[in-house]
Write a protein that binds this ligand. Structure first.
Ligand SMILES: Cc1cc2nc3c(=O)[nH]c(=O)nc-3n(C[C@H](O)[C@H](O)[C@H](O)COP(=O)(O)OP(=O)(O)OC[C@H]3O[C@@H](n4cnc5c(N)ncnc54)[C@H](O)[C@@H]3O)c2cc1C
Length: 236
């Protein structure tokens, strides 16, 4: 699918056999548009099956070549017994399987281990990032303002820092990223983030502001050259 003459997203794909699914086009002048689908139910869209609500649990191999994934069984009770609603997982086979299960995804982890994709690479380094989006009173900051912090409230042996980015429409993106190699079992990144928000610089920005969104995610902090090989027979 291509963008229209103005390079704009042609809009939802409702007239293109996608039911209620909508799509966002990511501009790439050199190639056809790449669509990111945003739909809540499984459906069939021009040969694309979207499976929601259950994970892939196992990588399938044909010899040394990745052949697809197996989805998890459903309808298992807390003792591991099959319930009346039991549905066995299914095998989804493909010529090429692209793994996008996050920075420390279980499937990718097993793939790296089984195929030795991290040979001669340094171990990966991970951090946890907590981010909040705040709407601050008008005029308090200007889009484009960037603040990075180091140290407080982390201890000397804890690695990390905060960020505060002023966006459009009085939005401020605020967060704290901390290395996951901390030694203190009582260390709590979320509590540290609350402490960071009490620093006068941050607190004055948040006074009277409204929390719009919050989230947390593991992040990769290794060098690109330490990344495992990004492809293998039948997989990417
Ligand atoms: C605090 C913080 C702030 C950030 N800010 C920005 C920013 O401003 N701009 C930016 O561009 N990037 C930002 N990033 C980075 C960005 O979030 C990541 O690069 C991006 O989310 C990685 O996308 P991904 O698809 O590889 O993994 P993820 O977003 O982790 O997606 C993986 C998905 O796979 C699913 N999954 C995992 N295992 C399975 C399985 N077995 N079966 C089925 N599904 C599975 C998970 O549920 C998840 O939905 C930020 C990250 C952090 C931590």
């Amino acid at each position: 699918m291509r963008f229209d003459d103005n390079g704009m997203d042609p809009g939802p794909l409702q007239n293109q056999g996608c039911g209620s699914h909508t799509a966002t086009a990511v501009p790439d002048p050199a190639r056809d548009a790449l669509y990111i689908y945003n739909g809540g139910s499984s459906g069939n869209c021009e040969g694309i099956d979207i499976f929601t609500g259950f994970p892939a649990t196992e990588v399938l191999f044909d010899g040394e070549t990745v052949a697809g994934v197996r989805t998890g069984d459903r309808g298992i009770d807390k003792h591991g017994q099959k319930k009346s609603t039991f549905e066995p997982g299914v095998d989804i086979r493909a010529k090429v399987t692209i793994f996008m299960d996050g920075v420390r995804g279980n499937l990718t982890k097993s793939l790296v281990r089984q195929l030795g994709l991290d040979e001669n690479r340094s171990p990966q380094v991970y951090a946890i990032g907590i981010k909040e989006l705040w709407e601050v009173p008008a005029g308090r900051t200007e889009p484009g303002r960037v603040v990075h912090t180091m140290g407080y409230p982390l201890k000397m042996e804890e690695f990390g820092g905060g960020f505060m980015y002023s966006l459009h429409d009085n939005l401020v993106s605020l967060g704290l990223v901390t290395g996951l190699d901390y030694r203190d079992p009582m260390f709590d990144p979320h509590v540290s983030f609350q402490h960071l928000k009490r620093h006068p610089l941050i607190a004055s920005m948040l006074q009277g502001a409204t929390l719009v969104y919050e989230g947390a995610q593991t992040a990769l902090w290794s060098r690109v050259t330490d990344a495992p090989a990004l492809d293998a027979p039948g997989a990417g």
